[in-house]
Design a protein around this ligand. Structure first.
Ligand code: SF4
Length: 345
């Protein structure tokens, strides 16, 4: 079945024309979409049009299968898609509003050694509307509407999947969710995280959407990076840094580099020194994340003291750095812990 949430206002207008309906019906439908409603609950269109829509489109593309709440208040959702696949997402509350982490693929084919999302490989890409529906559903759950009345204020594409491996759907989602006809989330409040697919970083820069680009680097030496991230066999660190600089020049936003600290792997002074060396010379920020352990993997995390030491080394070498708070690890909702199946504990 098709997904109505994949449609922009212009595409809905074309659909209404195809159905012999007046163009203003398109806006009525989009108003319902923005409220996170299922087609069967639309009350401002005729029964005949509703029937036509339901014969072609999923009533709503996903539903919440289970919800867990962490001791720090973070909420993790497992969503069930129309085809029965499961994806996960995480909701964090900040002073300024709610930030939702969304998935872009069912599974992932990138094979990073520290990540649970890739354990079963890639099952399939999500459509733009399936990514959008995660936001619509949670926004509605929080009592939010579109525009200034939305509750989800920030979005991070950091759930399961490599966003730039599903490029066209992700870019369409970015346009839909930031459209003034849609939820109207500012692109400045959206982060896209990538393991470093160089040609698509450059392509994204050309879209001129002022989103935050986050690059999962995790190692400052190519050989070391290859041992934990297979994508490093394809693109060198030099190529990634050049693409990041290109992104900054085109978009004007500093790039964020994520660095998961793994005990005995990438937490040495030599690593900090090399990291500072390769990142020197353009506006960026480093997010240090003590590794969120995944039970199927051997890799171990560092303690707080080691993380602070690594941060201090970088600060002394004039690199802007913060240590990210570990959140929701008690419910496997932290970065790298999201899955495409329900765990039976
Ligand atoms: S860290 Fe991201 S890119 Fe790497 S396997 Fe996990 S989901 Fe895929």
């Amino acid at each position: 079945m098709e997904i109505l949430q994949d449609y922009s206002l212009e595409e809905l207008k074309a659909l209404m024309e195809e159905y012999g309906e007046k163009p203003f019906r398109a806006k009525q439908i989009l108003d319902n979409v923005n409220l996170g409603k299922s087609i069967s609950s639309y009350s401002n269109i005729s029964a005949e049009l509703k029937e036509k829509l339901l014969s072609r489109f999923a009533d709503f593309p996903l539903k919440i299968h289970t919800e867990q709440v962490s001791r720090d208040g973070t909420r993790k959702f497992a969503y069930e898609l129309s085809d029965g696949n499961i994806i996960e997402g995480v909701l964090l509350e900040y002073k300024y509003g709610f930030s939702l982490c969304v998935s872009t693929q069912v599974g992932c084919r990138m094979g990073c050694k520290f990540c649970a999302s890739t354990l079963n490989g890639l099952v399939r890409n999500l459509t733009a509307g399936e990514i959008l529906s995660q936001v619509l559903l949670v926004n509605a759950l929080l009592g939010g509407k579109a525009g200034k009345l939305r509750k989800v204020t920030n979005i991070v594409l950091m759930g399961s999947g490599e966003p730039l491996d599903n490029y066209d759907n992700v870019v369409k989602f970015l346009h839909l969710v930031s459209s003034k006809d849609g939820l109207n989330v500012s692109p400045r409040n959206i982060s896209v995280s990538t393991c470093g697919i160089v040609p698509n970083i450059r392509k994204l820069a050309d879209e001129k959407l002022p989103i935050i680009l986050t690059i999962s680097l995790h190692a400052p030496f190519d050989e070391l990076r290859k041992s934990i991230m297979p994508i490093a066999n394809k693109y060198s660190i030099r190529e990634i840094i050049d693409a990041a600089k290109f992104y900054f020049e085109k978009v004007g936003r500093r790039v964020v580099f994520e660095y998961a600290l793994i005990k005995g792997v990438n937490d040495s002074f030599d690593c900090a020194k090399q990291l500072a060396l390769i990142l020197r010379g353009f506006p960026l920020h480093v997010n240090l994340i003590p590794l969120n352990e995944v039970k199927e993997r051997e890799l171990k995390t560092v303690n707080r003291k080691n993380a602070e030491q690594f941060a201090e080394w970088l600060t002394n070498m004039k690199i802007s750095v913060t240590i990210r708070r570990t959140m929701a690890d008690d419910i496997d909702g932290a970065c790298g812990q999201l899955r495409n199946k329900i765990e039976n504990n």
